[in-house]
Design a protein around this ligand. Structure first.
Ligand SMILES: *Cc1c(COP(=O)(O)O)cnc(C)c1O
Length: 226
C-alpha cells in the first residue's frame, strides 16, 4: 500500500464515520481501530503517516512483532482475537492498550490470576455474543450484565471498560441491526458500572453500528485495501 492509497482509504472511512455519527448525535465521538491482522508493519506505517494511531491484532505474536517493529511511533495496540490460556502471559507482557475479547468468566479468572502474579492490570472489554451464533465467542447476552458484575467483584486486576460484539453474520441488515441494538442495550445497563466503550462495527457494517450507538469500531479491509 502506498501513502496515497493509505490517505484515500482513511479519508473514505473517516467520512463515513462522520456521516454516521452525525446521524446519531453531534456529541457522539467514535474511536477508530485499524485492524492490521492481514497487513504488514509497512502498511501500518503508511496509515500512521496518513494519521491513524490505533491498531488491532488478533494474534498475540503478531501484536508483539508489529508493536516492536513500529516502536518509535506513538501507536496504540488493541488485542481483538480469542485468547488461548497458554498465551495469557504473552499478552500481559505485550501490554496491549485494550483487550477487546475477554469472552468467559473462566478466562477472566485465569487472566486475573496471572495479572496478580505479575503485579499489573489490564484494560478489558467483555465480549458478548449478541447474535447468539455458535461460530462466535462471547458470553450469552442474557448473562452479560451479571458476568460483567462478577468480574468487577472478583477480578480486581482486570479493569473492565465496556463490551465488544461482532455483528450478526447475515445478509439482512435488520438482523445485523438487531444484534447491534441488543449490544447497545447491554452497554447502557453497564454504564453506571463504568462501561465507557461499546466496541462494535467492522468494514461491512460500521456505519450501522455507529447509528446504533457504537463508539469504537474495528476496521480492517476498508483501511488496508490496495
Ligand atoms: C478481522 C476483525 C475485524 C476487522 O474485519 P474487517 O471486515 O476486515 O473490517 C474486526 N473485529 C474482529 C474481532 C476481527 O477479527
Amino acid at each position: 500500500m502506498n501513502i496515497k492509497t493509505a490517505i484515500a482509504n482513511l479519508d473514505e472511512v473517516i467520512t463515513k464515520i462522520e456521516g454516521a455519527r452525525l446521524r446519531l448525535s453531534h456529541h457522539h465521538i467514535v474511536k477508530l481501530i485499524g485492524v492490521s491482522k492481514y497487513s504488514s508493519a509497512q502498511d501500518v506505517e503508511k496509515l500512521y503517516e496518513a494519521g491513524q494511531r490505533a491498531y488491532g491484532e488478533n494474534k498475540v505474536q503478531d501484536l508483539r512483532d508489529k508493536k516492536l517493529a513500529l516502536d518509535e511511533h506513538p501507536l496504540e495496540w488493541h488485542f481483538i482475537g480469542s485468547l488461548q490460556k497458554n498465551k495469557i502471559n504473552n499478552l500481559i507482557d505485550a501490554k496491549p492498550t485494550l483487550f477487546h475479547s475477554l469472552d468467559s468468566i473462566e478466562l477472566a479468572n485465569e487472566l486475573n490470576k496471572k495479572l496478580e502474579v505479575k503485579n499489573t492490570t489490564m484494560k478489558c472489554l467483555l465480549q458478548v455474543n449478541a447474535a447468539k451464533e455458535d461460530t462466535k465467542s462471547g458470553v450469552n447476552p442474557l448473562e452479560a450484565v451479571s458476568i460483567y458484575k462478577t468480574i468487577i467483584d472478583t477480578c480486581p486486576n482486570i479493569k473492565l471498560l465496556g463490551i465488544m460484539s461482532i455483528g450478526a453474520h447475515s445478509e439482512d441488515r435488520k438482523v445485523i441491526k438487531r444484534s447491534f441494538k441488543d449490544t447497545k442495550t447491554i452497554f447502557d445497563e453497564l454504564a453506571p458500572l463504568g462501561a465507557k466503550y461499546c466496541s462494535m462495527g467492522m468494514s461491512s457494517d460500521f456505519e450501522l453500528a455507529i447509528e446504533c450507538g457504537s463508539n469504537m469500531i474495528r476496521v480492517g479491509s476498508a483501511l488496508f485495501k490496495d
